[in-house]
Design a protein around this ligand. Sequence first.
Ligand SMILES: [Zn+2]
Length: 408
Amino acid sequence: MNADLLITGISQLVTADGPGLKRGPAMRDLKIVENAAIACTAGKLLWLGPRSEWAGKAERTCDLGNRAVVPGLIDPHTHAVWAGDRLADFEARTSGATYEQILAAGGGIRSTIRATALASREELAEQAQPRIDALLRSGATTIEVKSGYGFTVEAELRMLEAIQSLAARTRATLIPTLLIHIPPADLANRKSYLDQVCSELIPEAAQRKLATSVDIFVEKEAWHPKEARVVLEAALKRGLAIKLHTEQFHRIGGLELGLQLGALSCDHLEACKDAQFGAFARSNTVATILPGVSLHLGIPTAHGRQLVDAFAAIAVGTDLNPGSSPLYSMSSALALAVRLNGLTAPEALVAGTANAACAVGRSDLGRLEAAAPADFLVLQGRDWRELVYTLGANPVREVWKAAERVAA
Ligand SMILES: [Zn+2]
């Protein structure tokens, strides 16, 4: 066996094992190889196993100095493209203002939409770049990025173009999603916007390959399940995958709709309860939980423990966005999922790698195995559990993408 590069000095090589979604107890089944080595060729993993068993030749070698290695993380849920900021909202809220008072003062999500509407594609990409850099340094080698701060077809397409432009200037793999976020305030525009979404926006996004999925926010104050069905069916008809923001505050049928239509993932789930936990076990839809929102807004957490125990396949994301989750670290999202959602350390690792990869439609990613892309993290220490243990410092020492060190 001839490799371009042999990487040694790996105290522990830790990964989810085998293809497909990991649900229930399988989320705790990690493959751990002590004193390991990795051989790479053409950006892919050629071989991995105990160092003592490597019998091939390598052009170069690299010694990691007895440190743990895990797969590159996948952040399956971000809104990393926006303009403006929500710092005044944050100060008002932490000084006791209600959500309604903040909206009345011109803040809230509609202020982000106004600022984003004024920014050009290049300005949006430029402002998003440091956010993507931060996520990459935190260990996310693949990052889903949503549109959703536009109220017009043109503004949504511009956001998707900004994501495309961003993808060309980062080493992270970006997965673009068209998000139909909140409806226009008046009923007449709501109906005509929905028509435009289905007849213009989705077809154009699909045809220009600006998005691989369509996401919609199903909630009392956003879109109703009947409206969401029309949008999601239009997406499926164009060959796009579908996702939902659902059960964040209320249970109005979004989760059931997502499972019925075969969504890649249903995200949020803070209000999910009882029989809904088990519903995931009978589907291939990933349950994506977002602990940063619970921490930042002080709202209830999704019941991660109950979901795993009911055989759901869980993923964790940052939900990076200016209003409800200014969380710029995927490893911190996993650390929070352990504290706030009751996941164990192995479950959190699988939720941020193999399952998160399925949640973005890339089941080829998120695991270290022969023929997979050589996307992996070198941790600071020799024990992989530091990844989800550490708070406030970066447990990731080096980020490798396609067998190259891209962040350290
Ligand atoms: Zn979101």
